[in-house]
Ligand binder design. Structure first.
Ligand SMILES: [Cu+2]
Length: 508
């Protein structure tokens, strides 16, 4: 039977509110375990290669190309199909040259591409993080200059293509990389010196096909009679990788020794409900911002942590006494109209010294530059707005409108203010609210208060059994003067975004 609304809603927040109850609502380790598509590597999980800033600047040249092994689009770096982590410090600049070497096409996919620098509080104007007007057709090359404010919270962010109508296709094919902003230990001092793993989780396809992933794949909610938690992936040949390695391989740890796992959900539409068998996870950051950065915020030990599409988390994991312990994802119930996210073993902890991992830098003598995210958001609300998430057989909507690249902004806001938005979901599947350039604070979900913390991707529970929409209240922070211009907010289930569940906001 499909889960009822309240149970599904409770599951979304189990990590925050009731860690001990998570496995009851979430299905825990029960249900089918999806076998990895290929035999897992026997070597320790390695971090992606890195490009670091030098003299305050990181220069990265990337290209969008066809991966000959899959026939799908991919990102290449220095002629190889690897995607570097960009490692910088607050105040640095990222220069990215991005060449579209995909073949011209007159039918979908048209092979347009672009990049979004997810989670960074940077300018939305070209040549910055402009996901509306910057777009490369095949043969064209883009040049981004991303100036990171000195007050940017140290943490994990990521970059991925954002061409409307083709985002799902490109991200599903694994086009994404990590951005690490050093300095976490200046807020979360217990992370100083810990070995640091960058773990990019992606659900990808063995035989990619655009028609399977286009916005017209489902449209109307599916009328499944069984829980999505008893179903395998909805697309044949879908499988999960960590940094391109098939799920299930070894992760080396030493008994009693800690590591910082910096995890990105870079799947296009997939949820992960992460745990390490028999262990608590020490939750340090959500979506790039340390929990302790918000005034009064505290870290937590949790049994599991749910990461929606585009979300990130930093957790401290302590090495178990013996090997063979599973790092797994439980099924995440997206509602009767949603996509399956089956349980899987993502990695198996082996006993041994990890080699080649960087250590979290110990803070220097110069204090970190403080910014708006260090200040309480306060009670002054300049504007109240409502955003209704709906869908039908023709697509996906915000306030009844499908996204058009030429449409006027849905909202006009004033720089320097904080707004309260009510996000309603009238559908039988969850949606994943994301707004570019700024983080927000979730006040409550259907009246249930949420911890005061910054986030940039948040799950909206499904419609109530009585047919009334769920309601999530958030405070959106437009106080940083760097954020002036027109940018996007949308559902980060990219099938929904491509299907129209996106709109513009202009900040004056
Ligand atoms: Cu959605």
């Amino acid at each position: 039977m499909p889960r009822s609304g309240p149970i599904a809603a409770a599951l979304l927040f189990c990590a925050a509110l009731a860690p001990s109850g998570c496995n009851v609502a979430g299905g825990g380790s029960s249900g089918p375990i999806t076998t990895p598509a290929h035999p897992a590597s026997a070597a320790d999980l390695a971090n992606p290669i890195e490009v670091s800033s030098s003299g305050g600047v990181a220069n990265v040249s990337l290209a969008a190309v066809i991966d000959p092994a899959t026939g799908g689009p991919a990102i290449s770096y220095n002629g190889a199909l690897v995607i570097p982590t960009i490692r910088i410090s607050p105040g640095d600049t990222i220069n990215v040259t991005y060449a579209n070497e995909l073949p011209p096409s007159t039918v979908e996919p048209l092979n347009a591409t672009s990049l979004h620098f997810h989670g960074l509080t940077v300018s939305p104007n070209a040549p910055g993080d402009d996901s509306i007007d910057i777009l490369a057709m095949p043969g064209q090359t883009l040049h981004y200059q991303i100036n990171i404010p000195a007050s940017q919270p140290p943490g994990v962010y990521w970059y991925h293509p954002h061409p409307h109508g083709e985002s799902n296709w490109q991200v599903y094919n694994g086009m994404s990389g990590a951005i690490v902003i050093d300095g976490l230990a200046s807020i979360a001092s217990e992370t100083a010196g810990l070995p640091e793993r960058i773990m990019i989780l992606r659900n990808v396809l063995q035989a990619p096909k655009f028609s399977l992933l286009s916005a017209r794949r489902r449209g109307a909610a599916a009328s499944s009679t069984s829980s999505v938690c008893s179903q395998p992936f909805g697309i044949g040949g879908e499988y999960t990788t960590i940094d391109g390695r098939d799920a299930g391989g070894p992760i080396l740890m030493q008994p009693g020794k800690q590591q910082l796992w910096r995890i990105i959900n870079a799947s296009a539409d997939g949820y992960f409900d992460l745990s390490v068998e028999g262990q608590m996870l020490h939750l340090v950051s959500i979506d790039g911002v340390a929990l302790k950065q918000y005034p009064g915020g505290t870290e937590q030990n949790v049994a599991d942590v749910v990461i929606p599409p585009a979300g990130r988390t930093d957790v401290i994991v302590t090495g178990p006494a013996h090997g063979g312990v599973a790092f797994r994802t439980a099924c995440f119930d997206t509602g009767p109209g949603g996509d399956p996210n089956p349980p899987q073993v993502l990695g198996v902890i082996g006993i041994g010294a990890p080699a080649g991992l960087p250590a979290v830098p110990v803070p220097g003598a110069t204090p970190r530059a403080l910014g708006t995210y260090d200040e309480p958001v306060g009670a002054a609300v300049a504007q109240n707005r409502t955003v209704a998430f709906t869908e039908d057989a023709n697509g996906f909507y915000l306030n009844g409108q499908q996204y058009s690249p030429t449409a006027a902004p849905m909202f006009v806001a004033q720089s320097g203010t904080v707004e309260e938005w009510t996000l309603t979901n009238a559908t039988t599947e969850v949606h994943d609210f994301h707004i570019h350039q700024v983080h927000f604070i979730v006040l409550d979900v259907d009246g249930a208060p949420q911890p005061a913390r910054w986030t940039d991707s948040f799950t909206l529970p499904i419609v109530h059994p009585d047919g009334s929409p769920s309601a999530t209240h958030v405070l959106i922070d437009f106080r940083n003067p760097i954020v002036r211009g027109t940018f996007l907010f949308h559902c980060h289930l990219l099938e929904h975004e491509d299907g129209g569940m996106m709109a513009k906001i202009q900040v004056l």
